[in-house]
Design a protein around this ligand. Sequence first.
Ligand code: 13P
Length: 255
Amino acid sequence: MNKTLRKAVIAGNWKMNKTPSEAKALIEEMKPLVADADCGVVLCVPFVDLPAALEAAKGSNIAIGAQNCHFEKSGAFTGEISGGMLAELGVEYVIIGHSERRQYFGETDVTVNKRTLAALDAGLKVILCVGELLEQREQGITDEIVAMQVKVALQGVTAEQLSNVIIAYEPVWAIGTGRTATADQAEEVCALIRNTVAGLYCPNCAAALTIQYGGSMNAKNADELVGKENVDGGLIGGASLKAADFSVIVAAASK
Ligand code: 13P
């Protein structure tokens, strides 16, 4: 398998941060800093920031994403947003199955699968998040947990649709904790994800899949993480809220 067969993508997950005017200002600040990137650059912003973000990113190499979408096209689902609504705005990406959605909002592997299918059906590119809890790592069941999350999430996704999927490996214990997985730990699980996808689809499909690492990735550790064979960029939380730090991570993935 060869890193040149796939594209590295650095995606920012702003979580519940930045108002529309703040989003516009931060994207304006980031644009010149990431203009020469030799990797994909994505910013996943809060729903209400999407119009301002799309406008600010217009004509640049920054793609805009949302952080969730519902699995139905429309209906009585108060507070939810459909994939079609996002696509009509011009949104390109959507994060599905982030551990914070699983932890605080009752997301399960099954609803992650339903949302993945709906988002792909709406023409969006999906950043699908998987990752083990600290207890699971300590019990030595990381591989089983992550392989199962991948298999359930991709159920019914065709090989053609897989080209619109990025998988983000985010160990839950490394998110927002400052405790990063070592580059070897990240590589090990990203390789496992690639092997799992090879088994589900085909070796070439797996070789072409972008697999990110996420969890306290920052300007200091990005170089080592994205240098690993199976780590194709990152999903960045805290450090994506600072233009200077984010651009250093983008530069690391552009090497
Ligand atoms: P941090 O980079 O803040 O740890 O967040 C990672 C994350 O959850 C990205 O989706």
